[in-house]
Design a protein. Structure first.
Ligand code: HEC
Length: 148
C-alpha cells in the first residue's frame, strides 16, 4: 500500500472514530463561554421575589435535567448523553455571572437555548437562583426553599 493511501485511511478513520464518540458517547470539549460574556452584567435589582420567581422557572424548565438542588440528579438526567456538571462544582461556581447567563441564553447540545423561552430578566433570575442553590442548604437565602 502506498504511503499516501495509508495516511489517508488512518486520518479518515480517526476523524470517523472521533465524530462517532462525540455523537454517541458525549465526549466533547469542556464548555467555555467566550471572554466577552464575562462583561455581561445584570441590569436588574435583586428583590425579595428574585429567588422565589427563579425557583418557579427553574422547577419548570431546568430541574428535570439539573435536579432541584443543581446536583445533576433530575428525573431526566440519566437519559442525557452528557451529564451536566453539578452547579456546586468549582468549574461552574468559578465562572462569572455573565458566562452563566450566556450559557443559559445560547445552550449547547442537549442543553437547550433559552434565548426566546425566557426573558432576559428571567435568565438573570436563573443566574441568581443557581448561585443560591450552589450554597450549602442552610446558607441558601431563598425564603421558599424546599428540601428535595
Ligand atoms: C434537557 C436537559 C436540560 C435542561 C432542560 C436544562 N439543561 Fe442546562 N445543561 C444540560 C446539559 C446536558 C449541560 C451540559 C452541556 C455541555 O457541557 O455541553 C447543561 C449545562 C448548563 C449550564 C452550564 C454549566 C457548565 O458546565 O458551565 C448551565 C448554567 C445550565 N445548564 C443552566 C440551565 C438552566 C438555568 C436551565 C433552565 C432554564 C437548564 N440548564 C435546562 C441539560 C439541560
Amino acid at each position: 500500500m502506498g504511503k499516501l493511501k495509508f495516511v489517508l485511511i488512518v486520518t479518515c478513520g480517526s476523524i470517523l472514530a472521533f465524530s462517532f464518540n462525540v455523537k454517541y458517547t458525549g465526549i466533547q470539549e469542556p464548555w467555555k463561554a467566550p471572554a466577552a460574556a464575562d462583561t455581561l452584567v445584570s441590569p436588574y435589582l435583586i428583590e425579595p421575589l428574585t429567588l422565589p420567581q427563579g425557583q418557579e422557572i427553574y422547577t419548570i424548565y431546568c430541574a428535570s435535567c439539573h435536579g432541584h438542588q443543581g446536583m445533576s440528579d433530575g428525573t431526566a438526567t440519566n437519559n442525557l448523553k452528557v451529564k451536566p456538571l453539578k452547579f456546586q462544582d468549582k468549574k461552574v461556581s468559578s465562572q462569572t455571572n455573565g458566562a452563566i447567563f450566556w450559557k443559559i441564553r445560547e445552550g449547547r447540545g442537549e442543553m437547550p437555548s433559552f434565548r426566546d423561552v425566557l426573558s432576559d430578566e428571567q435568565k438573570w433570575q436563573m443566574v441568581e437562583y443557581i448561585r443560591d442553590i450552589s450554597k450549602p442548604y442552610e446558607e441558601q437565602l431563598n425564603p421558599l426553599k424546599a428540601r428535595h
